[in-house]
Design a protein around this ligand. Structure first.
Ligand code: AMP
Length: 279
């Protein structure tokens, strides 16, 4: 497995793979790998000849008071996981090589980024689309793998890929959860024992919503209210948003019909967690 730190080296690696008619799968991550990331890596391994995992904590997708400086990392562990799972290259560029002095170009998807997480993180998706676009240019993938855990991100990236004519298939993989239902996330590491228990209320509230819908409830506000009640009954939770939205344009539904996305972001202590369910 190669560890690549520069854009030039990365592009050379991918040019060579493409000359050899190999298909390239990219798995973009911020490192501190867990089973969620691993499911993307395994899927890429099944579908592509070459798997590139990028590990880069992208500063432009963090707001001023967010957790950029304390984001968890353990490169040696990530490296071992990648070797064990037949990854061909880790791309871990430095900040200087990604955003060289005088950098001033950003990619922004306009509408899909205004709702859900975009409300409380107004600059987040601009950072995400910029870095993903740069990663596409560096690694030249045929396919790129993302998790449904970040559903809005997958919609935004699909839109960007279409709008900017990237010839990359965007593959969305299911949410991987702990046995007790908590969606896996590098940020779960921030939770203390009590918060870890409280955090279960996110997936439990989604289960509750599904039950209500299965029973025939069609009023999104009623479902939202029940979810709020459940989440607020738990210690140290603060709701950022709970929304029942259209799966394509991410705008709120007046009535539950067809396919919908139930998405939420909740602070547990100081940690902001997200989760969602497609029903
Ligand atoms: P991150 O390192 O948190 O930026 O995540 C990198 C990729 O892994 C993103 O596409 C995430 O959606 C995906 N991912 C993170 N957690 C999970 C999970 N629990 N299940 C599936 N995919 C995940």
């Amino acid at each position: 497995m190669q560890i690549i730190n520069t854009v030039e080296e990365m592009q050379k690696f991918s040019d060579l793979a493409r000359e050899e008619k190999k298909t390239i799968g990219l798995v973009p991550t911020m490192g501190y790998l867990h089973e969620g990331h691993l499911s993307l890596i395994k899927r890429a391994g099944k579908e592509c000849d070459i798997v590139i995992v990028s590990i880069y904590v992208n500063p432009t997708q963090f707001g001023p008071n967010e957790d950029l400086s304390k984001y968890p990392h353990d490169f040696q562990r990530d490296k071992t996981i990648c070797i064990e799972n037949n990854v061909n290259a880790i791309f871990c560029p430095t900040d200087d090589s990604m955003y060289q002095q005088g950098y001033q170009t950003f990619v922004n998807v306009e509408n899909l980024t205004k709702s859900l997480c975009g409300k409380s993180r107004p600059t987040h998706f601009k950072g995400v689309t910029t870095i993903v676009s740069k990663l596409f240019n560096c690694t030249k993938p045929h396919k790129a793998y993302f998790g449904q855990k970040d559903y809005q991100q997958t919609r935004v990236i699909k839109q960007m890929t279409r709008d900017l004519n990237y010839n990359v298939d965007i593959i969305v993989c299911p949410i991987i959860r702990e046995k007790d239902g908590l969606a896996m996330s590098s940020r779960n590491r921030y939770l203390n024992e009590e918060e870890r228990k409280s955090a279960l209320v996110l997936s439990r509230s989604l289960d509750l919503a599904k039950k209500l819908i299965d029973k025939g409830e069609t009023n999104p506000e009623k479902i939202q209210r029940e979810m709020v009640k459940l989440i607020e009954s738990e210690n140290s939770t603060r709701i950022d948003y709970i929304e029942l939205v259209d799966v394509d344009n991410l705008t709120p539904k007046d009535r539950i019909e067809g396919k919908i996305l139930i998405a939420l972001a909740v602070f547990v202590g100081k940690t902001r967690l997200i989760d969602n369910l497609l029903v």
